[in-house]
Design a protein around this ligand. Structure first.
Ligand code: BTN
Length: 148
């Protein structure tokens, strides 16, 4: 009976301890940003590379918006719980490309948040218009269907 007490103590610590550790921010899943754009990131491969789809809520063009493919990679570290990443969206309905770079955070409410900056390169016919071809901005993404 006396030996059972330390065992039960270790067992209860082992069961409770995981809830104290920092939650990992995971890129895979469904996300929505502050503009109302939706993004799905598929499972990462062994090198941290991923593919997915992006449904933007806004466009700099007059074209009809279509869901567009994205490709990216997460920094190759397993230890970090809040990894850096980048991805490119090759727009299906315009001649533009957007590159996003950011970091996957767990905020103080325990929710995953992607803080990103982007560069949107639009097509221009002439080199003299190059100066106006690139827009810059930020987007914050929240998970739509939080993982349990
Ligand atoms: C285009 O207008 O040529 C393509 C769509 C660009 C949408 C931009 S990308 C950065 C910003 N964040 C979004 O979710 N949508 C806009």
């Amino acid at each position: 009976m006396v030996q059972a007490t330390p065992f039960l103590l270790v067992l209860s610590l082992a069961l409770v301890a995981p809830s104290f550790s920092a939650r990992k921010c995971v890129l895979t899943g469904h996300w929505i940003n502050d503009l109302g754009s939706n993004m799905t990131i598929k499972a990462l491969n062994g090198k941290g590379e991923f593919a997915g789809s992006y449904h933007t809520a806004v466009t700099a063009t007059t074209n009809e918006i279509q869901v567009s493919p994205l490709q990216g990679s997460q920094h190759h570290t397993n230890e970090k719980s809040q990894s850096t990443f980048g991805f490119t969206v090759n727009w299906s309905f315009s001649d533009a490309i957007t590159v996003f770079t950011g970091q996957c955070f767990v905020n103080k409410e325990g929710k995953e948040v992607l803080k990103t900056m982007w560069l949107l390169r639009s097509y221009v016919d002439m080199i003299k218009d190059d100066w106006k071809a690139t827009r810059v901005g930020t987007n914050t993404f929240h998970r739509i269907h939080p993982q349990k």
